[in-house]
Design a binder for this molecule. Structure first.
Ligand SMILES: Nc1ncnc2c1ncn2[C@@H]1O[C@H](COP(=O)(O)OP(=O)(O)O)[C@@H](O)[C@H]1O
Ligand SMILES: [Mg+2]
Length: 361
């Protein structure tokens, strides 16, 4: 890697303009000197870190989990400099990572490369590891103290795919340890419980609706009773919508994210999106019910519980209503008081990882 004018400084993510102040980020009163540790959400679409600011509040640093390589010639270099796009040099090519890669790919009509696929490190992307390491360093920064706790999210085993979570988890444990962290894996659905169900004593169901997967955790007083994932998510919706409409997948993603109310689709495209959303929610709820009923040693929940949904796929308009409708169709084995969406669906898992790190000692 070489030093260039706009070579990126990954140790100072605040300087790159990608820091997002969480709407609800609050100072931990009187605890400015207590090290909370860090939380890291390693998702197929987005990587988010929850870190403590010097003032003691919590900030979320979010980046797209994507990169774009560009020929290392003078012309391209000048172009990146002119556009003020930060890059690194990898194997003789200039590489742009995260949100900038996404923006640049859109400008030039190219596809970004993706380090992960279906919730796990991609087997078909040779540069997956060094690139994802750059993105993680950018959002996480250096440890505030040697061996600082870093809880990172991992998917649960899928019930509908043969995937290898153990290898994925081991890779990131090793990577974070080398970066100076005490790395601990936490299930993604469990992280949603930590972030959204504190008032319910960390009892209830946390569901993360991501791009590649849906992760579910049924939790009783911080202890997971049941965790699993299904290999369907936002990408599955996009792929199916693209097939039935005969359009490119990226167009389907665009239509979906542009703003659709799945309760009242207005044209053929929106109809297709609504049909697959409903199917995804039905599939998720049906599987929670059947897993719960077939598992032995389930705790008895003396009170009725809350269900909280997070993740980018839960951001669509009408999500909560359609989820409730599909929920009411199945005869669910638990009494449920409330079904709600996390106030910041994209930040929830990272925040939950931070809560796990903070209460681990
Ligand atoms: N406004 C939106 N409406 C519907 N889907 C969205 C919206 N914003 C993002 N998404 C979808 O959310 C998914 C990514 O969510 P995220 O939780 O970051 O996933 P991951 O955990 O896989 O990284 C993608 O499928 C994306 O299309
Ligand atoms: Mg996720």
């Amino acid at each position: 890697m070489s030093e260039n004018e706009n070579y990126q400084d990954f140790e100072n993510p605040q300087d790159t303009g990608t820091t997002m102040a969480p709407e609800s980020g609050q100072a931990q009163e009187g605890e400015t000197n207590v090290l909370l540790g860090k939380g890291l959400d390693i998702g197929t679409a987005n990587i988010a870190a929850a870190v403590q600011t010097p003032e003691g509040s919590v900030a979320i640093h979010l980046e797209r989990n994507a990169f774009l390589d560009i020929k290392g010639d003078v012309y391209s270099k000048n172009m990146l400099t002119k556009l003020k796009v930060p890059y690194v040099v990898h194997n003789g090519k200039m590489v742009v990572i995260g949100e900038s890669a996404f923006e640049l790919a859109n400008i030039f009509g190219r596809e970004t490369r993706r380090p992960m696929k279906d919730g796990l490190i991609s087997p078909s992307e040779v540069d997956a590891l060094p690139m994802i390491k750059l993105i993680i360093s950018k959002v996480l920064g250096e440890p505030a103290a040697p061996n600082e706790n870093c809880y990172f999210s991992v998917p649960a085993e899928s019930i509908d795919a043969d995937n290898n979570v153990i290898y994925h988890q081991g890779l990131f444990e090793g990577m974070l340890r080398k970066m100076g962290y005490n790395a601990q894996a936490i299930n993604e659905g469990h992280a949603v419980v930590f972030s959204e169900l504190a008032e319910q004593d960390f009892t209830g169901i946390g569901i993360s609706f991501g791009g590649g997967m849906v992760n579910v955790c049924v939790c009783y007083k911080t202890i997971p009773a049941l965790s699993f994932s299904v290999c369907r998510g936002g990408d599955w919706i996009d792929k199916n919508v693209a097939t039935v409409l005969g359009i490119p997948v990226s167009k389907a993603t665009y239509l979906k994210e542009r703003g659709v109310d799945i309760r009242s689709p207005k044209n053929r495209e929106e109809e297709a999106i609504a049909i697959y959303y409903r199917n995804l929610l039905n599939y998720t709820v049906t599987n929670i019910k059947s897993r719960f009923e077939s598992s032995s040693n389930m705790p008895t929940f003396p009170e009725s519980i809350h269900v909280v949904c997070a993740g980018g796929t839960s951001k669509i308009e009408g999500f909560e209503d359609v989820f409730r409708q599909e929920f009411e169709k199945v005869d669910f084995p638990l009494d449920v008081t409330e079904i709600r969406r996390a106030p910041e669906p994209l930040n929830s898992v990272a925040k939950g990882c931070l809560v796990a790190a903070a209460i681990s000692d």
